[in-house]
Design a protein around this ligand. Structure first.
Ligand code: FE
Length: 344
């Protein structure tokens, strides 16, 4: 820890200890964060929170299912205060397991649009990510990929790359299609996607984008930030590739692109609840959203936060207004549709 940070932290801790709210008296100046976000760029943000509040963040990392299992087994003794994850479905699963408590906060409800948070306040989305399409601009016209329905059409037989069905990003997308279209039509779409696969699913989103660049497929499903990161990367090959492989924003029923969130909620047995709420409020701040947008290339959730470079070049798209809690709850249905259709 830098000396300045240390001194600021110390001062903050003394100041907070001095003003004795009933809660603050009994709570340590720390907060236990269970994080399923896998991005190093979050670390300076945690330091900044400590600098501002004097509250130290103890971080436990894992994938969402590991953290959910851990919280379940820890039960009422769980030290978890906050759980954050990079998918609405993961937050919904934690909620279903009874791991969150609803939080009412004027700051959170005013900063986070209603469709990007759980209606009862169990979890809140701080950043948005669109699940969209990377396409070979030499072979595909933008109007051929302007609707999710078109990706499942025979036009793209053997020409589509996508990762496996256990990706929560895909589960949320199919969940959104079920929510919009009903199960039958979503099932037909999933079958069309399986028929269109250029190869069995392998790798992550960046591998799909690179496969388009290598001519393995013409279109690929990807989260927006993976593409934006490649387009602004230090890696020359990645940057060059994004001159030929473009980013397209398909629409769902003419209402805009499917948008997922990263976000979090307060643990049901949070030992430091007040600090947990402060951490969520910090994530919802313009400063935190700008930082994550700049570093991880996600889009801010709050409409008043201007997207920084390089995200700004991609942020002017129509986002589907569907509630994230609605498609998140459809993940189990999505999983069974996809498995039945052979999307491995
Ligand atoms: Fe990711």
């Amino acid at each position: 820890m830098a000396l300045r940070t240390f001194v600021t932290t110390l001062l903050g801790a003394i100041l907070l200890a001095g003003c004795s709210g009933a809660n603050e008296d009994t709570e340590l100046q720390e907060v236990n964060l269970y994080s399923a976000r896998h991005y190093d760029s979050d670390l300076p943000l945690y330091e900044r929170f400590t600098e501002l509040t004097g509250i130290k963040i103890n971080r436990i990392e894992g994938n969402a299912d590991q953290l959910i299992a851990r919280m379940k087994s820890e039960g009422t003794n769980s030290p978890a205060d906050v759980l954050i994850a990079a998918d609405a479905g993961a937050l919904w699963r934690a909620q279903e397991a009874g791991l969150f408590q609803p939080v009412q906060s004027e700051t959170l409800t005013s900063r986070i649009p209603a469709n990007l948070r759980e209606p009862d306040g169990n979890w809140y989305g701080f950043m948005r990510r669109a699940r969209i399409v990377a396409y070979d601009a030499a072979k595909v016209k933008p109007e051929e990929i302007d609707d999710y329905a078109k990706l499942a059409e025979p036009r793209f037989r053997g020409k589509l790359c996508v990762r496996s069905s256990d990706s929560v990003y895909n589960l949320s997308l199919v969940g959104a299609l079920i929510e919009a279209w009903g199960e039958k039509r979503a099932e037909q779409w999933v079958s069309g996607i399986v028929a269109n696969m250029a190869r069995p699913p392998e790798g992550g989103d960046r591998d799909q984008i690179r496969a388009v660049g290598a001519g393995v497929c013409e279109v690929a499903l990807t989260n927006s930030y993976y593409y934006i990161r490649m387009a602004s990367s230090d890696d020359e090959a990645d940057r060059k590739l994004t001159q030929r492989v473009k980013l397209g924003f398909p629409s769902l029923d003419g209402k805009g692109a499917h948008v997922n969130i990263s976000g979090g909620g307060v643990a049901v047995n949070a030992p430091n609840k007040a600090n947990a709420v402060r951490l969520l409020e910090f994530f919802a701040s313009a400063e935190a959203q700008s930082h994550i947008a700049a570093e991880n290339n996600e889009f801010p959730a709050s409409p008043d936060v201007t997207a920084p470079s390089p995200v700004d070049s991609y942020s002017n798209f129509t986002a589907n207004p569907m509630g994230v809690a609605a498609f998140a709850a459809r993940q189990p249905e999505a999983q069974s549709l996809m498995s039945a259709a052979g999307w491995r």
